[in-house]
Write a new protein. Sequence first.
Length: 325
Amino acid sequence: MAEQIEQVEQLEQVNGDLRLPPKKGKRKKPDVVDFGTKTNVAMNILLGFLAILCVFPFLYIIVISFSSQGSLATNGFRLIPSEWSTEAYKYLWNMKGQLLQSYGVTIVVTVVGTIFSVSMIALYSYAISRKQFAYRKQFTFFAFFTMLFSGGMVPAYIVMTQVLQLKNSIWALILPLAMNAFYIMIMRTFFIRSIPEPILEAARIEGASELRILLKIVLPLSLPGIATIALFSTLGYWNDWFNASLYIDNPQLVPLQSLLMKIENNLEFMRQNADIAFTSGAFSGIPQDGAKMAMVVISTVPIAITYPFFQKYFISGLTIGGVKE
């Protein structure tokens, strides 16, 4: 009986301690670091100003593309031109057949090349990130070695044109950019740090093959890293014009950036040889500066529109790897 009374008294004492108000001076630490209201306002203003600095050049280019050639020649580049015009876009619209053809080539190369590149990089980097792969060090060194030394442009041209016979082929625009050693190292590090090994061991114990583990576990957990590599590859394929200048002579396979480069070179040639151009009448009525800015706009807007689709994976990447062992 005495033991039961003692237990009841202990329980009442514990309940009384729980009901006591917290002692002054012991403040619970917030889960999120709070810099204070004034600091937060100042940081928001600073970041907003930096965002405006990033967006302003592109908006300025759009304004110039809608300025008349006479306004640009008289007043120069202004944020608010004295005369608005769509001459630059009309000039490019006159060659809409070749532009649409080049747009189609660039879209096909970008989509197919990105899928091909991301697949190869993901498979290669996942293999060298696993300790079970016996030759991971050798293959890692093989990829890293290509970052330091390269065969050069002439051997690459010989391989593409004479060995692989890919001249005037769309694969000549895809294969040179398919593998990137720097992206392989990024994905290798991402797989090592962000994919918990106990999860993979549990899947192996359940009888899952390495391919099934890659498709069902690793890739879904690696979407932020894959999205990053996909964005870099997309930008590389979309902005590439050098490979087209080396391997493409067929006008039906000229990508957008290479076509715009040729148009700009023609405009620059007419500018430097103004007397000949004026004599032949080819220079009159051509909005030179506006056409250049319009080319920048039509080549930048599509890739800028696709960026928000990758942004959510960048944000979700902040929580990847939070696994307690």
